[in-house]
Design a protein around this ligand. Sequence first.
Ligand code: HEC
Length: 244
Amino acid sequence: MKKIITLVFMMACAAPAVALAAGPAKPLDRANIDMTDTASLQRGAEYFFQYCIGCHSIQYKRYNRMGNDLGLSEDQLRERFIHTRDAAGDQTGVGELIKIAMKPDDAESWFGQPAPDLSLTARLRGPDWIYTVLRSFYLDDSRPMGVNNAIFEAMSMPHVLWELQGWQANVGEEGHIKLEKVAEGKLTTEEYNEVVRDITNFLTYAADPVKVERHELGKWVLLFLAFFTFVAYLLKKEYWRDVH
Ligand code: HEC
């Protein structure tokens, strides 16, 4: 029995260490997203469908659900968001799941990895992870595509936003990573951070679309509990009146 207790205790102590060991080498930056900011979610969706959908699906979501949540009409969805076609060659319908045209096998042979579905990444890794990864690409000749990532080492994703961000290089000494801008992009660093924040916001919404609703509901539940406590108190007073 004692042995088992010791074992359980040791495992409990080791768990955080394992989690830490798997963590990134560089601390994550705060994404500071706001899921109630619909304009930011709409911009994030637009960037996502422009820059990411070529490789990443969010296949647990449907276009029209996204439209409802983000205040986009079906026409807007068709014009600005749906870039894929079905087997007959028609534009994918608004009631369909958000998939990609590329086959997973192709992705694997092009990038050495299939691009993962991003439906749940924000929940699995957290928004700060997505935010920091997208800002941490740097030039590295030793990698097949000439790009590495300070947070996701040896990442096989190309830096698809390089036109916006420009390029960074690693100027850190001996194993330490320190990124410095070496080529300007179309955006300033602040503007680029905003773009990445919007994308992160959108992916966080996609991972948990009812979160905002749930928080709204939470307020009413608390209000109800307060009211109920008050009623219970009045009842208690009533019952005990004759006893005292
Ligand atoms: C050309 C294909 C391609 C495009 C376009 C692309 N990605 Fe990726 N992405 C990949 C691949 C491949 C991986 C897997 C990397 C690995 O495991 O080494 C990946 C991985 C990721 C991850 C890490 C997932 C995890 O489990 O931690 C995130 C986050 C991500 N991509 C976000 C994006 C976003 C946001 C965009 C659009 C701005 C984008 N990607 C565009 C190919 C792509």
